[in-house]
Each structure stands twice: as C-alpha cells, then as structure tokens.
Design a protein around this ligand. Structure first.
Ligand SMILES: [Zn+2]
Ligand SMILES: [Zn+2]
Length: 230
C-alpha cells in the first residue's frame, strides 16, 4: 500500500514511479483514504439506483413509443395477442407458450433489455441496478395481469402507486378491455402522450385518405369530360 505522502502531487513518490492515475485509483479504492472510500461507496449506491430507475422509466418510454404505440397504429401482432379477449390475460402474460404471444412479449421487452445492456457497460454497480430493474419490470408484468385471478389492490397501495404514477393491475386491465386507453406498461405518465400521438396520426391518415379520394374523384370527372368532348 502506498503511504499517503507518496500520492501528494509534487512529492517524491508521486513523481517517481506513481502516476496521477495510480494515485486516483488508490483514492477511489479507499485503501488509505477513508473519505474517498466512503465517496466511492456512495457513488456506487447512486449508480445502482440511477441504473435501476433508468431501466424502468426510459425502458417504458422506449417500449411504449417504439413498440406499443406503433403496434396500435399499424401493427397486428400486439392487437391479435395482447388484446385477444378469447383468453385469460393472466394466461396471455404468464402461462402462454404461443410463439406469437411470446414474440409480442419479447418485442415489448427488447427496449428495456437494450437499455440495461448499455448501462451494464458502466460498471458492476450500474449492471446490478440494471438487472434489478429488469427483474422489477418482469415482476410488474406478472402483477399487472393479476386482475383475472381476482386481485384487488389495497387502498394504501393504490395511493402509493398513484403518487408514483405506477400502473395498477386495474389500470392495465382497462387497456386490455379498451385498447384506446391506459398506455404505458409501468408508468401512467406515458398514457396521455401516447393517446395524443395516436389521435394525431389517425386524424392525419384520415385527412390524407379523404384528400386522395377527392383527388381521384376530380381525375375521374376530368377524364369523363375529356371523353365526352372527344
Ligand atoms: Zn397486458
Ligand atoms: Zn396495447
């Protein structure tokens, strides 16, 4: 272990044989500097929780706007599987081995996994937080599909989840029954922007369709007139 004096810039030990990086590394490991050691532990704890929250919040953001909303606008897979009323939603989310159901689940989970993999490169603390984020996300998948099993969320949990904007099983059940409401897998604050995007895109597509139809009618009339003149 290096004596403290050797890592003081300008001293002999610092100049001879030990670089600034070596000294910084020693400081971070806290070998001889308990203040730096505590800061290192604090940084790691912070990193762990930041990674955990990022996997859940950014993962849900990416999954909602890159997969869920586009599926509701243009896709068929999600509507055919996740909104299939012929089967129990518990069966759909937890038990089903139907490849299409599994594919829908995997595509929805990919953004969370990609973000967790990115965070894992930042070090062991971030990796552990990212893994716990994925586990928490999976637990939430199971929990939000428990209404079919008769789950009723206790009032105090409702209160806590409302404060944190977390989707309750009852909220998610609403999305199964009415695909136009309650977007966001884990957080409810993605619901309003999702609906706004869907409404805007559908209105734009409707206007475009109507304009194209009008154009077709005008062209048909013109060609009829031209034929009559000839
Ligand atoms: Zn569901
Ligand atoms: Zn949906």
């Amino acid at each position: 272990m290096l004596p403290r004096a050797r890592c003081v810039p300008g001293t002999q030990g610092y100049a001879n044989g030990r670089t600034k990086t070596d000294c910084n590394r020693l400081n971070r490991r806290g070998d001889w500097d308990s203040g730096a050691g505590n800061a290192f532990v604090g940084d790691n704890i912070m990193m762990f929780f930041v990674a955990l929250v990022i996997v859940l919040v950014v993962g849900d953001l990416a999954s909602t706007f890159l997969y869920h909303v586009p599926q509701h606008l243009w896709g068929k897979l999600h509507l055919r599987t996740h909104h299939d009323r012929s089967r129990s939603f518990w069966d759909h989310a937890v038990l089903s081995k139907d490849p299409q159901v599994l594919l829908d689940g995997l595509l929805g989970a990919l953004p969370y996994i990609a973000i967790a993999l990115g965070l894992a490169t930042l070090g062991p603390a971030a990796a552990a937080g990212a893994v716990l984020g994925l586990i928490a996300g999976q637990l939430h998948v199971w929990w939000r599909h428990t209404t079919d099993l008769g789950w009723k969320t206790p009032p105090w949990v409702v209160k806590a989840c409302r404060a944190l904007q977390i989707v309750l099983p009852e909220d998610h059940d609403g999305h199964h029954r009415n695909p136009d409401i309650e977007y966001g897998d884990i957080f409810r604050f993605y619901d309003a922007p999702s609906r706004a995007i869907i409404t805007y895109v559908r209105a734009f597509a409707r206007r475009r369709r109507n304009a194209l139809r009008r154009l077709q009618r005008i062209r048909a009339l013109r060609s009829l007139r031209n034929t009559q003149r000839a």
